[in-house]
Design a protein around this ligand. Structure first.
Ligand code: ATP
Length: 354
């Protein structure tokens, strides 16, 4: 097991900077997500942790020891490649044993360790089957078995479920998480899927254009996005932004939004100019008594809830409301915002100021 500290890690490819000085800490035993859109530098970060790519500068402290410039094989970290990459001519037992046999472990010890892994993954009954005829779920378990058999300090996974269809993907995600909870090994997992990151991760790093936008627990990132990028990338539908021009000061407790006074949390930072009020769809309430008005442009039925699109002076926003609340398209509605669930962004820097 291992703690991994990433300290000012940077990677340049020629004149292109794929990862700008990144810093975050992966605690021992955490299921840690590297999340961001395509090209944001998450795979490059993972490959540097693995030792498949050498950083331009910065440190990777594995239990306190800087391994940034060390060979991959010296790091005792397992990179779980494409989950289906098995040796097709070998049976399940041989596939799982392979890393131990190639390390020169005694046959009896190999046998014991493989049986133990098979128990953890519940694949004891297929150990002597060829991998060719296995279901995709079993193939995935065998591939995992080959990764965990060596008991490395940490596991690295790059979109391991990316190729799977939705239903199977969900099941494997649950299995992976359960497996992690049983073994407790530090796991670093790359994904571009915010839902997967929120569901599986203990902590998430959100990256964009090679920059760490935010680092924290799923709840922290969802409730208190540090930047407009994070607010927009996380959540479905994403956070609403209502644009306004003005000033907020610590302790004022309210802002003027198109001539309407809106209360905001009082622990305010200071900002002025072009600002945006960020509010999640579930924190907007259709409220006939509110002076903030808008016109309903569409409704989307989702079962117990619905998403109501409303055009306001400050911009369009989406409201998550119970389906029992009937609103007509083109009708005028009042909107209020739940206290304690608002964020103010400076649109120039994109950063939260409250
Ligand atoms: P994806 O999900 O598409 O893999 P990613 O977030 O994992 O995206 P990276 O693979 O880390 O992104 O790539 C980050 C940027 O670095 C991309 O613009 C990519 O083109 C560039 N890059 C990655 N590897 C190299 C390389 N060996 N040489 C040059 N540029 C590279």
């Amino acid at each position: 097991m291992a703690q991994i500290v990433i300290n000012n890690l940077r990677k340049e490819f020629g004149s292109f900077t794929a990862v700008q000085s990144s810093s975050f800490t992966i605690e021992d035993g955490e299921f840690f997500m590297l999340l961001g859109p395509s090209g944001c530098g998450k795979t490059t970060t993972l490959r540097m942790i693995a030792g498949l790519e050498l950083p331009t500068s910065g440190q990777i402290l594995l239990d306190g020891q800087d391994v940034a410039q060390m060979r991959a094989s010296a790091r005792d970290i397992a990179f779980v490649f494409q989950m289906f990459a098995l040796y097709p001519h070998m049976n399940v037992r041989k596939n799982i044993s392979y890393p131990l046999v190639s390390q020169g472990m005694a046959r009896k010890d190999v046998r014991e360790r493989v049986e133990e892994v098979a128990r953890i993954l519940d694949i004891g009954n297929i150990l002597d089957r060829p991998v060719g005829g296995l279901s995709s779920g079993d193939r995935q378990r065998v591939a995992l078995g080959r990764a965990i058999v060596r008991q490395p300090k940490a596991f690295l996974m790059d979109e391991p479920l990316g190729a799977l269809d939705a239903e199977f993907r969900e099941r494997m995600a649950e299995e992976l998480r359960a497996l992690h909870d049983r073994m407790g090994a530090t796991t670093v997992y790359v994904t571009h899927d915010q839902l997967e990151a929120m569901q599986m991760g203990d902590k998430i790093v959100v990256m964009n254009h090679g920059v760490v936008e935010q680092f924290g627990t799923p709840q922290n990132i969802y409730d208190w996005p540090a930047t407009m990028f994070v607010a927009d990338f996380i959540g479905s539908p994403p956070m609403n932004f209502l644009h306004f021009e003005g000033a907020v000061k610590p302790g004022t407790g309210s802002i003027r939004l198109n001539d309407v006074e809106v209360a905001v949390p009082v622990q305010a930072g200071e900002a002025s100019g072009k600002l945006a009020l960020g509010v999640r769809p579930e924190h907007v309430v259709i409220d006939d008594n509110s002076p903030v008005r808008g016109i309903v442009t569409a409704t989307e039925y989702l079962g117990t809830t619905q998403i109501i699109s409303v055009a306001t002076q400050g911009g369009n926003l989406k409201v998550r409301a119970p389906s029992s609340r009937i609103v007509g398209v083109d009708s005028q509605v009042g909107l209020s915002f739940r206290q304690g669930a608002l964020t103010i962004f400076d649109t120039k820097t994109g950063r939260a100021v409250l």
